[in-house]
Design a protein around this ligand. Sequence first.
Ligand code: C2O
Ligand code: CU
Ligand code: CU
Length: 475
Amino acid sequence: MTTSFLPALSRRRLLTTVAASSVAVIASQSNRLHAEAESPKVSRIRPAPAEVSMVGNDALRTGVLAYDGVIPGPVLRLRQGTTLRAVVENGLAEGTTVHWHGIRLPNAMDGVPGLTQPTIRPGGRFDYAFSPPDAGTFWYHSHDDSLVQMGRGLAGPLIVEELEPPAVDRDLLWTIQDWRLEPDAQIAPGFSNRMEAAMDGRVGNTVTINGRLPDNLRVRAGERVRLRLLNAAIARIMALRFVGHSPIVVALDGQPCDPHEPAAGRILLGPAMRADVMLDMQGEPGRSYPVVDDFYDRLSYTLVRLSYDAAPPLRPHPSDAPLRLPPNPVPRPDLATAVFHDIRLQGGMMSGTGGGGMMGMGGGAAWGINGQSMTGDGSADMQPLFRIDRGRSCILDFRNETAWWHPMHLHGHSFSVLKRDGVPVPHDEWGDTVLVRPREHVRVAFVADNPGDWMLHCHVMEHQAGGLMTTIRVS
Ligand code: C2O
Ligand code: CU
Ligand code: CU
């Protein structure tokens, strides 16, 4: 398994930058950051067309849009409480912005075109700087023409390291992306298929881990791996089963949760969602075990195999190091005084319980929230759905009136998931994206402590572009 890295060329460019301005670079997997944790760091990130090899045949290169020429974009790592500085230089033929998904940052750094900043024109640049308050697994992606720009590759991981990380043998990251590839490995055109847009979105046919079609992850019996899972697909929902293993979920969307086994042994990840799991490698040396994604009926496939080294176990018994991650400074909402807002998710094609019937196309592919449809990626003339006083606690009561799943995402805050269909969730659970099932009713709460206009949208990109989007104002 390879993880993304900076190609020689951009590494040279970055090093030149370092020499010129005597700042450190964070865009790599290396640990030298620990030594430099206190110094400000600048990352130069250039979105541009590129060709990459993702299907395991180096003769078949795929035309993509990439940050610094790599898919996914460079892994950005920094320590909790330090500052990330990122200079984004637009090498695309159209406008772009970068959104730092899940980070509780100042509104002006949120990367929503029209709403929080002007789009970065071709050849232009924008300097982002913010200090993430929370440790965890986050990511960054384009927020302009995002269906196409993300769908062609503009996404990358952002890891904020705990000041005291848990004891593990390895800390691994899987950025999982889904592509619809033609036989020649090119991305299929037709990003705005109205039919798909009104259903479950553009689900592809090729799933990559860290930009490559995966085969085996080599593991050692007895080791404990912290595995950071990031679903960076534009539409595909995943339900991952680690056959023969018992992963323990320790964080969702970067926020620590009560360590728990996932329901039915499946880690459910909608687009944009992350899970950090602790995986004790309890398989037999020399054997291999599939990791299966069986979210879609009859479309189950083996994502990758855990392939055990023949060496004897690293330790006689599983590690007994604590699993719980140190808490993040996220404020707890006060439910007694919280303001309550209904968020009705509407539109899409209706379907019978079998999921196959289609009716109601007359209204087109539109989606909506409480009867309104904001479409596209963000714009200046968006009227917020509601305004809330800064510091107030807020309950969002999502009612999915559609026949489709929606990973609903709020910018600038992390919320606590309270109830599903009226039943309190079994574990303390926080996130920035909550996966809402067809017809489900999900209640979340957060403290509106971050001033600004913030997006609230579905992270299936066709749904967002088709109207399942709104904003809220904290002032
Ligand atoms: Cu990750 Cu507005 O999105
Ligand atoms: Cu976001
Ligand atoms: Cu949706």
